[in-house]
Ligand binder design. Sequence first.
Ligand SMILES: Nc1ncnc2c1ncn2[C@@H]1O[C@H](COP(=O)(O)OP(=O)(O)OP(=O)(O)O)[C@@H](O)[C@H]1O
Length: 581
Amino acid sequence: MTSRRSPDGLLVRTLLLLRPRWPMVALAVMLLATTTATALAGPWILRHAIDEGLVGDRPDTGVITRAGILYLSLAVTGLVLSRLQAELVGRIGEWFVRELRSRTVDHVMAMSVRYFDRTPAGVLVSRLTADVDALQDAVQLGVVPFTQAVLTLVFLVAILFALSWQLALVCALPAAALFAATVWFRRASRSAFARVRDRVADTVTELTERLAGLRVVRAYRQEASTIASLRGRSRRQLGANITAVRLQSCYLTAMEFATVGSIAAVLAAGGALATRDAVTVGTLSAFVLYLLLAFEPVQSLSFLVTTLELAAAALRKIYGLLDEPVDLPEGTRELPAVGSLDAANVGFRYADGQPDVLHAVHLTISPGERVALVGPTGAGKSTLAKLMARLFDPTAGQVRYAEVDLRDVTRRALRSRVVMVAQDGQLTTGTLAHNLRAVRPAATDGELAGALASVGAGDWLERLPGGLATEVGEGGSLLSAGERQLVALARVCLLDADVVVLDEATSGLDPGTERLVEAAVVAATADRAVLVIAHRMSTVRSADRIAVVDTGGVAEIGTHDELLARGGRYAALVTAFETHT
Ligand SMILES: Nc1ncnc2c1ncn2[C@@H]1O[C@H](COP(=O)(O)OP(=O)(O)OP(=O)(O)O)[C@@H](O)[C@H]1O
């Protein structure tokens, strides 16, 4: 997922993203240049004060006083302008980070469930939290000081040559050494920080997965191996961080040597030039002061490069995510009031180069009709069901509602017509009300309770001490499997969808709960078209038609009696089922 884009590409893309804020950016750069110039005026004023006011026969207090007043006014102006500029940059930064976050969320929302199958949740969490936070830090603490440091150095080089080109040339050798060290540091730190971010994402992924699967960890006594694995990831993260910090300290030492060396060389050469009147005392003093002023931006650049490298690595990853092609784009069409849901010549494969899981499938579910999908394990029933609910798109053919290709339909229109009820994993942390309102945010408490009552869960709701405010836990873990099903079915009633695609629960519900859930399914799906992946014979028998999925397609379709009479695959499946039970 990492995009190997060049830093220039990164900068251009970022500037293009900032387009709506370009006037503010231009103003901020102008303010920055002005404040940098005022901050550098001090030694120049001092030079004037020394050469014109102090050196000579008699000190001229007028010159010194005027120099003092000028220095003070410039310093105050610089302070005021830098406050304005800080405010402006803060706003631009906040806007940029918000824009990036919302684009990332929008992009991820346009992805199919297949994308989430292959992209660990931890990686997405890391993009939206750690990476965006790194950018926020960089904007506030990195970009402005970095630009200021660079501007200061550019102005300083110009000033040093203007003061004395001979002394400026003396500094050329240490400056060249410094430049070489900076180029090396930039290269080395880029890969070091990309590794740091990769290690952080690894740790977050593992942590998320292990915590989400805590029950499995407990059930299979995997505590020790989980702790060992997490420690291993943590150690690798620490190792990557230490390498990055070591690089930084090497660079810092090289920089200090270069600065100290150039001051010593300037003092030696300056003394010789002064005795020959080639430079004035004021010029030499100003020159050394300017060199001391150079130390701070050069030193801070080493840290700022680190912050910016982190931000660039984060930005590269966020752009990488934004560059992943959207595989479930939203259409613009609304849907007619009534219609059949049909698969027309549908083919599907999970990845390029893999064999087709489904090919040339035709299946129509008319309004109000109940169709059961049966077939051997791995035949493609779930895949077909997910395609019918547009959890992802077919690789060939079309899935249509009232003859409209689902790819052309708005997400809202589709979800209010076709809803998929999976076996589990449909609830999120929060209250019962929060989970029910996920499908209809404007529903009143009365409507929520009504939906639960209509699937036979009214008594259950009344027995809950917290009522609709009851917390369901992560993934609904505080509810039983049967209760989770009831909530999912109540959602179908709230949505008032026309077609329900249902993966019938197989998890070991006790007989009482199983009957309750069966009754809830009947209540929630009455008067709606249903496509059910059937695991129980009673569900199969009660269907209007049964589609036998086998070898990548619908092998047989008809009523229970028709298919039995035909004596084909369905008859064989029923015989196998009856022998088994
Ligand atoms: N995310 C995936 N990536 C790659 N292959 C997959 C994926 N999901 C399913 N498959 C493969 O697609 C084929 C059909 O799977 P599917 O889950 O649709 O079958 P099924 O009939 O529902 O099986 P079951 O009755 O066991 O649930 C299988 O060979 C399966 O291994």
